[in-house]
Write a protein that binds this ligand. Structure first.
Ligand SMILES: O=C(O)c1cc(=O)[nH]c(=O)n1[C@@H]1O[C@H](COP(=O)(O)O)[C@@H](O)[C@H]1O
Length: 243
């Protein structure tokens, strides 16, 4: 999916804002952005209205609702979300094999019924805000972090999902093991000039693409910059060196 696209089209900008008005202001300010992510904050605030707005502008959409529940419930959520005709949709790999399989089937069904393209369903392996220390001491996971992220990606792949969300620090290993057709989307991307904030496992945009990411998800380094257009331009320029 990512290969062959212009470098800047591989950046998905996270629309993490509280309301429709702020979202539209950002979309207007950054007309070069072709792929936007609508996540929990904005979708909870506006509902599907914001998706219609993005579609009317021919934008691609990553609907990041990170479903995590029992099989019947995630299947229902994916069936409903697929009707919106979005490009990407997320579920946590920790929902487990049965839930991942049910979600995949339901997303297909929902899209077919609505007469739209099914979304690519991708699994969160391990949130990029979790450090190796937190994985061991808070979540009590007795695996090394890279191994855990890989296991979650393989579970998603075996369950029929299209890809995974992982930190740029694990993407090379996941690419090598899961192959070129498995979509790998990396948040937690930070240009050298930006603040890490709550992200624990970052790399720069150029490093993340070089390591094998299909798409990068970048929010605050662009959206909270004093000049978002300039931040976007700097990231696009950085990416032309690797594309
Ligand atoms: O699914 C995601 O997109 C996601 C997964 C993950 O592990 N880490 C992560 O940061 N994200 C999202 O990626 C975006 C990152 O935003 P910034 O940290 O502002 O660049 C946010 O919208 C997060 O919800």
């Amino acid at each position: 999916m990512g290969n062959g696209e212009q470098a800047e089209q591989r950046v998905i900008v996270a629309l993490d804002v509280p309301d429709e008005q702020s979202a539209i202001a950002l979309i207007d300010q950054l007309p070069q952005v072709t792929f936007w992510k609508v996540g929990l904050e904005l979708f909870t605030s506006t509902g599907p209205k914001i998706l219609e707005e993005l579609k009317s502008r021919q934008k691609r959409i990553f609907l990041d609702l990170k479903f995590d529940d029992i099989p019947n419930t995630v299947a229902g959520a994916c069936r409903s979300a697929a009707r919106y005709g979005v490009d990407l949709l997320t579920i946590h790999a920790t929902a487990g094999r049965d839930a991942l399989k049910a979600a995949t089937e339901a997303a297909q069904e929902g899209a077919v019924k609505a007469g739209v393209e099914p979304p690519k369903l991708i699994a969160i392996t391990l949130l990029t805000s979790i450090s190796a220390r937190q994985l061991a001491f808070d979540l009590k996971i007795p695996l090394e972090l890279p191994e855990y992220a890989l296991e979650m990606a393989l579970l998603a792949q075996e369950s029929g999902l299209d890809g995974a969300v992982c930190s740029p620090q694990e993407v090379a290993q996941l690419r090598q093991t899961c192959g070129d057709d498995f979509l790998l989307v990396c948040p937690g991307v930070r240009p050298t000039w930006s603040d890490n904030a709550d992200q624990k496992r970052s790399l720069t945009p150029a490093q993340a693409i070089k390591a094998g990411a299909d798409y990068l998800v970048i929010g605050r380094p662009i959206t909270t910059a004093t000049e978002p257009e300039l931040a976007w331009k700097r990231i696009s320029e950085e990416l032309t060196t690797v594309a």
